[in-house]
Design a protein around this ligand. Structure first.
Ligand code: MG
Length: 336
């Protein structure tokens, strides 16, 4: 099995802003595993918040390339568990390899991953569409734009001075499902107060109000919040999940945070064991990463897999997003 990588620049339709910063271009790594018969594609959209970038991903994958020569990728469990050990904290790199190997294995075994897992993708919930931070007027415009395309669920990025006002204006435009993501920008008191106002505006849940370092403070939020709280920055990998019990109502699993599909499956089972809801989310990603995550949609209570519809130059075709309803290809992801 041969592994190769390339870096792609994904261009965003609109400047994408969250509480930590803005971007117009997102750099991702596409991993390819080949054996002369099939090519499997994987992706990593690394985030500096998790101390990774495209260069660290490529370097980490260069470091394991030699050990993959001669390995049989149909035995992906052993192969990826060895790679996880070698890659250590480089979870985005592991994600690129894991998703590429599982794409290869699906092609070799002749069944998409969702089928091997016994899932029914038509039972997956529809995905939300993300509205990044902007002036309240522009955020309303973005909602109108997405509403015209038929989207019915929005994830609104917050962490501004006018959070509740923004949601009030969006609510005046639409009775759609609204979810909010503070990306660690709030305090305990702010979260509890805002949860009441946002609940009155019909918001469904709040994602990651506090920084991940304030895990203990989440106990008060959990006890007093008027809305369910979903962990994102606090829920990186499987070993994080047990500590989230009694602090969060659900977890947002992203393949690039945890290291791909195999760790994501462990997170699903852990979340269920501890009575938490499961959400699948994404970074800005091409159809390679989004199609991989969408394979697991049948496990989810909530989906936020819109990374590929926020870009204008997706180099791949795979899952299609029909106003939030994700339609998986009958075959595989392919380069356009
Ligand atoms: Mg988030």
């Amino acid at each position: 099995m041969k592994l190769s990588t390339s870096i792609e620049d994904l261009r965003l339709r609109h400047t994408f802003t969250i509480s930590r910063g803005s971007q117009d271009v997102c750099r991702v790594v596409i991993a390819r595993v080949e054996d002369g018969k099939h090519t499997g594609y994987g992706e990593a959209s690394p985030s500096s918040f998790y101390a990774e970038d495209v260069d660290s991903v490529v370097r980490a994958l260069d470091g394991v390339r030699g050990s993959l020569e001669g390995r049989d990728p149909t035995r992906f469990r052993d192969l990826l568990s060895d790679a996880a050990e070698s890659l250590g904290p480089n979870r985005a790199a592991l994600c690129a390899l894991d998703t590429a190997v599982l794409d290869w294995a699906s092609r070799e075994l002749g069944a998409p991953l969702w089928r091997m897992l016994g899932l029914d993708p038509t039972q997956a919930p529809p995905s939300s569409f993300t509205i990044g931070i902007d002036t309240p007027e522009r955020m309303v415009e973005k909602l109108r734009e997405a509403k015209a395309l038929g989207y019915g669920i929005y994830k609104v990025k917050l962490g501004t001075g006018d959070d509740v006002d923004i949601v009030r204006r969006l609510r005046a435009e639409s009775d759609a499902v609204l979810r909010v993501d503070a990306n660690c920008a709030w305090t305990v008191r702010e979260t509890i107060e805002k949860s009441r106002e946002l609940a009155a505006l019909g918001v469904e849940f709040i994602e990651q109000p506090l920084p991940p370092t304030e895990l203990d403070a989440m106990e008060e939020v959990y006890a007093k919040s008027a809305l369910p709280i979903v962990a994102d920055e606090s829920s990186i990998a499987p070993e994080d999940v047990p500590d989230l019990q009694g602090r969060f109502h659900g977890i947002n699993i992203k393949l690039v945070k945890c290291g791909g599909i195999l760790p994501a499956l462990r997170m699903v089972h852990l979340a269920r064991t501890f009575g938490m809801k499961v959400m699948f989310g994404c970074m800005i990603e091409s159809s390679v990463g989004i199609t991989a995550a969408a394979q697991l949609g049948g496990f989810a209570d909530w989906l936020d897999l819109d990374g590929n519809v926020l870009i204008t130059n997706d180099p791949f075709a795979g899952v299609e997003n029909h106003a939030g309803r994700l339609v998986l290809p009958s075959g595989w992801v392919e380069r356009r």
